[in-house]
Design a protein around this ligand. Sequence first.
Ligand code: OSB
Ligand code: MG
Length: 370
Amino acid sequence: MKINQINLFHLRMPLVSAFETSFGRIHTRDCVLVEAFADGLVGYGECPADFDPGYSYETVGTAWHILKDFLVPAILDQEIIGADDLQHKMAFVRGHLMAKAGLEMALWDLFGKAQGKSLKEMLGGVHQKVEVGVSVGLQDSPAWLVEVVQGYLDLGYQRVKIKIKPGRDVGDAIAVRKEFPYLRLQVDANSAYSLESAVSLTPLDELGLLLIEQPLAEDDLWDHSQLQARFQTPICLDESITSPRLARQALEMKSCRVINIKPGRVGGLSQGLAIHDLCRGKGIPVWCGGMLETGVGRASNLAMASLPGFTLPGDISATDRYYEEDITSERFMLNPGSTISVPNAPGLGVNIDRSALDRATLASLEIINQ
Ligand code: OSB
Ligand code: MG
């Protein structure tokens, strides 16, 4: 398949409620949408880099630059036989994994449409519905956090993740645990602690949490191994796992007992699949994280989460938890049992709502070889 044109869209979408993590509070979510044309078909990919370099060093600005000036020129009008081939063609760019992931997703969508196969089928997914939870941002007080969690339980979510940061950790988690003794509960620190300051998290070990996500720095597999040795609760790595190789090293070092797979963070679905296969072989549970994606990225995450090794609920909530208006015509709903159905139509299985896309677009660019 040869891609003959790629359009980039810088999107900004208002969130239904502000989302606060240890690295900041946002009211709108930016991303880059990749639109790729080949053989009379069009495929879409979402690059989940945000406006600010808070979660990752990548931003919409860096992804735009890397796509426009390096990745797209390198692959336009070239024969591409699959995702591994695309990764090979993109390997001259060091890092910039979210930019690469956006392009790879568009290629999967095109291949699926060309072959009449859903992404789930192409990846080897085995579930038609996947278990999901909700990721709840930092709130103004523990009491209000309990109210917000109650609201999500009322909607049918059966697994809750709360964000923590120094000073807003043990108290918040205890408040939620006291109110909901049997809730499947986990916490995410987004790298807010050091090995020394993480001593304050010791009481979390008594709360029956599913896992403690990314307490320490992104580049600190060693200290995570020291911390894991002190905790009964599994540590789960998110930011630290940016490749199948780092996943293997984290497991060999016992830096974690669970891995959060975000295809965007690891450079694409092919890399997510490789981490899934590695973990499955070692009996390590994985789950699909989220980055407040649009319907495009959400469809991709659902397909990924349908693989057999995804044995913990994903951070893949219903569309209305994030956006009043999405750029896909399809909206994802929560089924009874805290699941979301995986799309079955070819490729990602979603259609772009052109007028919604227009309303969300801050800038766009057509890239075509003359
Ligand atoms: O750390 O998992 C995270 C959102 C943006 C960036 C990082 C993270 C998150 C979430 C939200 O926790 C997950 C979602 O519902 O999409
Ligand atoms: Mg996380």
